[in-house]
Design a protein around this ligand. Structure first.
Ligand code: MN
Ligand code: MN
Length: 250
């Protein structure tokens, strides 16, 4: 059951409307990493979730994201409003001005309509939680990029609030995932093939134009890893050794 309370989760104040910035804000209203996408992703995952504790988490955060949608929508609306009547402001976004009278619409900053294709819902709880951790990181980085582009103090405050809450959610999703007690690389039911899963293929080699070289690190080096040199050339080398095809030297 949803109930609308006529009060924003965070008070929004705009001293100087900036229609161009309002358009940028739409990225978090109807964009791929925006608040509607977050609200729908978590709420629908929650509907599909059989684990009552983590379903509660998904519904709590999904609902909070709707409150964020209201904040970012109110903020964007305050910035876009002049484009209803002011020609210079209207030029920041003719779609908003002429079709929408300076109101927000469910599109991203480039005017593309919101789509459910943004959502990542697998029905596998631990995989969904990983999706959500990544979604929160993406939302955080968008706010991170928006904040330096405004000088309006009230706008900065509201965006700082929204950005902070994304990290809060990221922490909650991460701890919910960890508390499931699954191994870090333990996904689904069918185990991976043991001898194959430990092989690291060095599939890009050679000195590049900028002197790019191969690197080793914990992602391809260490106790379990088997480093396989250039698999694409391996077969050719084998054939060459057996004399099936002429070697370069001959
Ligand atoms: Mn949010
Ligand atoms: Mn969030």
């Amino acid at each position: 059951m949803y109930h609308h309370v006529k009060k924003l989760m965070y008070t929004v104040r705009v001293d100087e409307p900036d229609p161009k910035f309002g358009r940028m804000l739409l990225e978090q209203f109807g964009g791929e990493n925006g608040e509607l996408a977050a609200a729908m992703q978590y709420s629908i995952q929650g509907l599909n979730c059989d684990d009552p504790a983590r379903k509660d988490l998904l519904m709590d955060i999904g609902t909070e994201e709707l409150s964020h949608l209201e904040i970012i929508g109110t903020l964007a609306r305050l910035h876009l409003k002049p484009s209803k009547t002011d020609r210079a402001a209207a030029e920041a976004d003719p779609l908003i001005s002429i079709c929408g009278a300076g109101g927000v619409r469910l599109c991203n900053s480039a005017g593309n309509s919101w789509t459910a294709n943004y959502l990542k819902i697998t029905g596998e709880l631990d995989v969904d939680l990983r999706n959500n951790i990544a979604a929160e990181a993406r939302a955080k980085i968008v706010y991170d990029r928006l904040i330096p582009f405004t000088t309006d103090a009230g706008t900065k405050d509201a965006l700082q609030f929204l950005m902070t809450r994304e990290i809060t959610h990221m922490r909650a999703f991460t701890l919910a995932l960890e508390s499931m007690g699954k191994g870090r690389f333990d996904i689904g039911k069918i185990p991976p093939t043991p001898e194959l899963v430990v092989q690291y293929f060095n599939d890009s080699t050679g000195p590049g134009d900028d002197g790019d070289r191969d690197f080793r690190g914990p992602w391809n080096e260490g106790k379990d890893w088997k480093y396989i040199e250039a698999p694409a050339f391996q077969q050719l080398r084998d054939l060459s050794t057996k004399g099936t095809i002429p070697s370069e030297a001959s």
